[in-house]
Design a protein around this ligand. Sequence first.
Ligand SMILES: Cc1cc2nc3c(=O)[nH]c(=O)nc-3n(C[C@H](O)[C@H](O)[C@H](O)COP(=O)(O)O)c2cc1C
Length: 288
Amino acid sequence: MNYSALIQNRKSVREFTDKPVSYQELETIRSYYTRYVRRLVPGLDTQLYFFGTDTREALEGAAGYNAFLVGAPQYLVLMSQRHALAHLNAGYMMEDLVLKLTDMGLDSCWVTFTSSEDIKDALGIESELDVAAIVAFGYGKKTTKRLRLNLRSMSNVDIEAKHRYMEPKRGIRDMAFLNTWGNTRNLDDFIGFYDDVLWEALYAASLSPSYLNRQAYGFLLHDGFISLVSRPDAYNRKIDGDLSLGIVLHHFSVVAENWAGKPQWKFGLEAAQPALPEGHGVVASCRL
Ligand SMILES: Cc1cc2nc3c(=O)[nH]c(=O)nc-3n(C[C@H](O)[C@H](O)[C@H](O)COP(=O)(O)O)c2cc1C
């Protein structure tokens, strides 16, 4: 797959036509998941479930922004073994599937949820694993409106959050810093040294879907490392925050590895520990 092109083409779609997703298409997704899907943490036990159009009713109230659920012909539900990195890994894997859907001409939208148990009950899933990520998909309605949100149904989302998620995304200079957090002096020269690889990977990262479009993260280039840093964010909930971090790691990694080989991310205490403002934290780092 040409990840750079797919990342640039993908957008959240929240209205779908009645055109069903065919059995063959579902099999293509299933087989992609089994054989090729990218994983951030190899060895974590995961499972992919497919649910059809009647799922909307079952999920109503348990998933979606303020319980406003994106109605779609199909839903993907990714289950995962419990682990400190489970949602980072689920974000990474599910985004790989989202880009596979984009490659197949299908549209999609991530769907938030708060409780794995509620979703399992609603969908009748009997599994030792937890619900880790949900995506709605199908054939999107063609719309000329740039804004693809049903704002009336979103009236419970508060004004600031609502505005943020209609806003354009942060550009590279608002999310990548050199040596110290917030510093962009000499950033272009530094990135230029890497022959566009770094620029393209950061650009792909800047286009990532994130919970409420918060983009509560950034990258710090420092001491021979690149570190993904989480920013404090009042709206971010733990699961959505971690899924969004997994997604941005995916976008960065799949584009960077075209030229530079697969980034070897280190997490937690094994990651680099640069000085950061209060409330910020290194999620993962790898050598440049
Ligand atoms: C973890 C996560 C949960 C999300 N949940 C929802 C949701 O429940 N409903 C919705 O309409 N969009 C949801 N989104 C989509 C974001 O609002 C969307 O990615 C963001 O506004 C950026 O727009 P884009 O995806 O078109 O680039 C979610 C995204 C992520 C990453």
